[in-house]
Design a protein around this ligand. Structure first.
Ligand code: 4AD
Ligand code: MG
Length: 434
């Protein structure tokens, strides 16, 4: 069956065309009735029927229309319309379709199974699919092997406080926070590997950049150094954003994304050290809230939060790597620089204009004693990680990798305020339906 955008071409003018779709908008006048029909990829075309010949229709009814294509500059979305000759009703929708033009964000989320039919959600879904397509293409061309690590796991990667517990037969298990430890196991026999899995975080705070379930793209490679990992990250992201801008400029413009500035982004991305970041924030008298909710100046040892990330990147033109974090504010697996005690060989990547962290990566610690010590500090039981420690016992090599949040990347690229809109069916603390 034809789609609206295939039909709307000069060679079809004067010819009979047929389209199946849904009544997107309906305008009834005395003489004529105008139906904006939406096809199954969100393309729309206007169909006109004489009012006295048309059956009663409702918004979102599914129909099939046949008619002659005409050029009429008054017709929306391209100036073509179908002068209808036959209309078959497949299903008449109930009269009270709940999605209209002005609805609260909460209502749109309650009805997300229907909101996915709106133009905004359709354009977002297209950009998302394109991001995933080019991510996969990058890894294929760069000779990385795609793997599918488990989702049900026994141990935390990113700290115990955001774990989702589940009953696994007769024992306790968790939903994976990150595939990293499994990817680390695979580099010894498969070389550079990558995966795209759902990751889960029981995030208790409601923010515009946290989901309970997100699409996590992770990569891990043997025999690399930190600079090589960061180089893969920036080449990957650059490849994704430039190809997505090329293929989805209409969708990005519809969402009011800053396409020209994204088009100008090139590698290498900018870099600053953690200490430089703190100095910069202090020089601007940047304040954070302490544990008791009191404002104080940010200091060495404080983690960077969304506000400090925004301050650091508010006028940045390209993504910014923050390197050299103090090891104690990073997870147990981050490698300590042997030449600079206390410095972690890892980096977070911050998107420009305050969109915040989109990726984290670095070298992995290979000293078993240090890993065990840091696991205990994080409250993790090293016994659950014996298999992981085996990777250090049997032929360990320097290695590293990174994790990129697809929704964080999409949020920045498509200029979406709330991360819930980057997923079709968001999972948050207060939402699991639909
Ligand atoms: O920074 P994170 O926690 O790092 C890891 O999980 C590493 N083990 C990855 C690795 O090296 N293989 O998560 C990586 C990225 C973040 O930078 C962010 O983009 C995204 O995953 N992310 C989230 N996205 C949406 N909602 C959340 N709650 C997220 N938590 C992390
Ligand atoms: Mg991180």
């Amino acid at each position: 069956m034809n789609r609206a955008n295939d039909i709307k071409t000069p060679i079809n003018v004067g010819k009979e065309v047929k389209i199946r779709g849904w009544v997107h908008r309906l305008r009834k006048q005395k003489e004529k009735t105008f139906i904006l029909i939406r096809d199954d990829r969100g393309g729309v075309i206007q169909c006109v029927f004489p009012t006295q010949k048309i059956v009663p229709l409702t918004i979102e009814s599914s129909i099939e229309v046949t008619g002659m294509l005409a050029k009429d500059d008054r017709a929306p979305e391209g100036g073509y319309e179908i002068r209808g000759s036959s209309l078959i009703v497949i299903n008449i929708a109930d009269v009270d379709f709940p999605i209209g033009e002005y609805q609260s964000a909460e209502l749109l989320l309650d009805y997300r199974h229907l909101t996915v039919r709106t133009r905004r959600m359709i354009e977002i879904a297209k950009i998302r699919a394109t991001i995933l397509k080019f991510a996969r293409e990058f890894f294929i061309e760069d000779d990385w092997m795609e793997v599918t690590p488990p989702i049900i796991v026994k141990g935390a990667v990113e700290g115990g406080s955001t774990l989702f517990k589940l009953r696994y037969f007769d024992e306790e298990a968790f939903l994976s926070q990150s595939a990293q430890l499994y990817l680390e196991a695979l580099i010894f026999s498969l070389g550079p590997v990558w995966s795209l899995t759902p990751s889960f975080r029981a995030e208790k705070s409601r923010t515009v950049r946290h989901l309970a379930e997100f699409s996590h793209l992770e990569a891990e490679a043997p025999g690399v150094c930190l600079n090589e990992i960061l180089s893969v990250e920036e080449r990957l992201i650059s490849y994704i954003i430039h190809n997505t801008v090329r293929e989805r400029s209409d969708s990005l413009n519809f969402l009011k994304s800053d396409v020209p500035s994204i088009t100008h982004i090139n590698v290498p991305f900018d870099r600053i050290t953690y200490h430089h970041a703190i100095d910069t924030l202090q020089s601007r008298d940047f304040k954070i809230l302490d544990a008791r909710g009191k404002k104080r100046t940010i200091d060495v040892g404080d983690d960077l939060n969304i506000d400090s990330e925004r301050e650091l990147t508010k006028s940045a033109r390209k993504p910014l790597f923050v390197t050299d974090y103090p090891i104690q504010i990073k997870p147990f697996y981050v490698k300590e620089d042997v030449h600079r005690k206390g410095v972690g060989l890892s980096a977070d990547l911050l998107a420009p204009k305050g969109f915040g962290e989109i990726a984290s990566g670095g070298m992995r610690e290979d000293d078993i004693l240090s890993i065990k010590k840091r696991m205990k500090i994080e409250g993790l039981d090293p016994l659950h990680y014996e298999w992981y420690l085996d990777l250090r016992r049997f032929g360990s090599v320097p290695h590293g990798g990174f994790g990129l949040g697809i929704e964080r990347l999409l949020r920045w690229l498509a200029n979406i305020e709330d991360i819930k809109d980057t997923v079709l069916f968001p999972r948050t603390m207060s939402r699991i339906i639909p």
